[in-house]
Design a binder for this molecule. Sequence first.
Ligand SMILES: O=P(O)(O)OC[C@H]1O[C@H](OP(=O)(O)OP(=O)(O)O)[C@H](O)[C@@H]1O
Ligand SMILES: Nc1ncnc2[nH]cnc12
Length: 175
Amino acid sequence: MESASARELVLSELVTVPDFPEPGIRFRDLTPAFANPHAFRVIVDTLTAKCGAIDAVAGVEARGFLLAAAAAYATDTSLLAIRKKGKLPGSVLTESYDLEYGNDALEISPDHAPPGTRVLLVDDVLATGGTLAAAARLLTRAEYVVAGVGVVLELAELNGRSALPGQDIHAILTL
Ligand SMILES: O=P(O)(O)OC[C@H]1O[C@H](OP(=O)(O)OP(=O)(O)O)[C@H](O)[C@@H]1O
Ligand SMILES: Nc1ncnc2[nH]cnc12
């Protein structure tokens, strides 16, 4: 169970925007929480406290990068960038996925950490789970171990957990 303070901080800073980025979507904007230095610190500390031993933190472009960079710095571990298709040079692994408002593909450079690297995978929002499931597939194909999945906000009605069977998922706030 999450501490009330982290959950309450996120809840107090969360902004819901109707019909963005397209009609029918209730967009959950966490950038105000990231702009609050106390809230951002508590968020990063909570995400990193909830996983076991790790060697790296992976973040999903773009909003996941904000969290992953801070979490990797805080834990003194490797930072792994999971990017949208076409942004990484050289040899990459690719996974396509669907999300609440479209589809896309993610890529990773597979040789930036050794096989067996224990990775905490982070993002801001878990909605349908398409994004994090594709990211977890990339990490597995790169021969890393997904030690945990951390998100700030889980949208339970979209059942994203079902896309991540067997993963240890921690959400600071679930709506
Ligand atoms: O669980 P899902 O249904 O896959 O949705 C969650 C994803 O959607 C958002 O990213 P988005 O693709 O909008 O990109 P951005 O971070 O570049 O804004 C969010 O940051 C998650 O990565
Ligand atoms: N409703 C939503 N709000 C913010 N980010 C999202 N990613 C997918 N669905 C989202």
